[in-house]
Design a protein around this ligand. Structure first.
Ligand code: AMP
Ligand code: GLY
Length: 421
């Protein structure tokens, strides 16, 4: 089969890496890809929202399957576009990807079907939103409705911070007019977080192994939120009964609700969960693989990833064998100086050839005119160590993270420590 993956980050590098092991694939392409993906797939200079260019390329190259990895093209309907041209695509259609694309939609769905989530109100005008906010107390959570590159959520510790966030979203429109047209104002919940991803084909749900992300930029969860500074899997300190509770109370009922709403979800459904003293609750749903969750999940998958994608598309997911390794995986993100704020690009990266044990997934890299690999994004590399347990996987990830250099690189030093304390 000839397969095209859409996207350019560490997640896409991990997906391409997993697919490159499939004996069924004769040719892999990635659009647009990055400096690391280029070693495994032919990168084509087409970007994620160039729908016509993508479908034309897929026709010309006789592509058998297009795997759409990122949120933006899914929400904008790339899968629908490809299907309308007779091209097979993996991922949810726009009417299902809305579970990530609109937080208001997601909250209303969960409320309608009594699926556990934080209490909330939503607003499509600033004045009533502000009046409601002033009737609440901090801490409180303010969320832009639409996609905001992972930055649309403010966990406000003070009312001043909350009012500023609301104003930025609705008046300043810092995430754009459409993403900021509505807001969700939500109850603040406390507890450990868990990313529970599932392969979903309508009402068939097959959980992946659980993982945990680290969103704040600094150790001990300090500093502003990022796209994710590191992940690990499994979660030895979280009992299997909690995962089952999440499946039975949240993930399965949500898949069933989407079917009942006439929006069957086909693809990867990502539940962002929080383990509160009152049970597991939903923080968010994503309509795709997580980044950097994928960089610890797929290295643990023993089954051919392509077989799972095809089973979802053929409606045979329930019968598809899916096997996971017992190994632990820890991914440390190495970031650009200044990230998640403004950062320079084009810094030369050295030491990639010194890496010993870990998998190196490129997130924001490019190859410059001299053939040198340089930084090209905020999150630059994800270094995944594998081992018999979290301690060994961590040690391998950090040993190799230290072998790689660029000016001003930084990473969290406490990834996976929540499992060890
Ligand atoms: P999201 O972009 O929806 O994943 O939210 C980013 C982060 O904000 C989450 O990973 C949580 O750490 C935090 N967060 C979101 N909603 C809540 C909430 N209701 N209570 C506490 N923390 C939250
Ligand atoms: N790691 C968070 C996300 O992919 O949304």
């Amino acid at each position: 089969m000839r397969v095209l993956v859409i996207g350019r980050g560490g997640r896409e590098h991990a997906i391409v890496w997993a697919l490159s092991k499939s004996p069924k694939i004769s040719k892999l392409f990635c659009a647009p890809g990055n400096g690391g993906i280029a070693g495994l797939a032919e990168c084509v200079p087409i970007t994620e929202l160039q729908f016509d260019e993508i479908s034309t390329f897929a026709k010309e190259q006789a592509i058998d399957l297009v795997m759409v990895a990122p949120d933006d093209p899914l929400a904008a309907g790339l899968v629908d576009h490809l299907e309308s041209k007779g091209i097979e695509a993996f991922g949810p259609r726009a009417n299902a990807a809305i579970i990530e694309g609109s937080k208001v939609f997601m909250k209303q769905l969960l409320k309608k079907y009594s699926i556990p989530t934080a209490a909330y109100e939503s607003f499509d005008a600033y004045e009533p939103a502000l009046a409601y906010l002033r009737s609440q107390t901090a801490p409180i959570v303010i969320k832009a409705d639409g996609l905001a590159a992972g930055k649309g959520v403010t966990v406000a510790q003070t009312m001043e911070e909350a009012e500023a966030a609301l104003k930025d979203i609705m008046v300043g429109q810092v995430f754009g007019a459409s993403a900021g047209a509505s807001v969700v104002i939500e109850e603040f919940l406390t507890g450990q977080e868990m990313s529970l991803l599932a392969f979903v084909d309508g009402s068939t749900v097959r959980l992946m192994v659980p993982s945990q992300d680290h969103k704040p930029v600094f150790d001990n969860d300090k500093g502003p939120n990022t796209g994710g500074m590191g992940t690990y899997s499994p979660l030895p300190h979280i009992p299997e009964s909690i995962v089952q509770e999440a499946l039975v109370n949240i993930v399965q009922p949500t898949a069933d609700a989407m079917v009942a709403e006439g929006r069957p979800f086909k693809g990867v459904l990502y539940a962002g969960l929080i383990l509160t003293p009152n049970g597991v609750k939903t923080i968010e749903f994503n309509a795709r693989f997580g980044d950097p969750e994928t960089q610890v999940i797929l290295p643990r998958l023993k089954t051919d990833l392509l077989d799972i994608f095809l089973a979802i598309n053929n409606g045979t997911l329930a019968e598809q064998p899916i096997e996971w390794s017992e190994q632990a995986a820890v991914c440390v993100i190495v970031a650009s100086p200044g990230y998640p704020g403004p950062y320079p690009k084009g810094l030369p990266i050295s030491g990639l050839d010194q890496v010993q044990d870990a998998l190196v997934f490129h997130a924001g890299t490019a190859v410059d005119e001299n053939g040198q690999i340089v930084t090209n994004g905020g999150r630059v590399l994800g270094i995944t160590g594998l081992g018999k347990d979290i301690v060994e996987a961590r040690q391998k990830a950090y040993a190799d993270a230290d072998r790689i250099h660029f000016e001003g690189k930084h990473y969290r030093t406490d990834i996976a420590m929540k499992a060890l304390r």
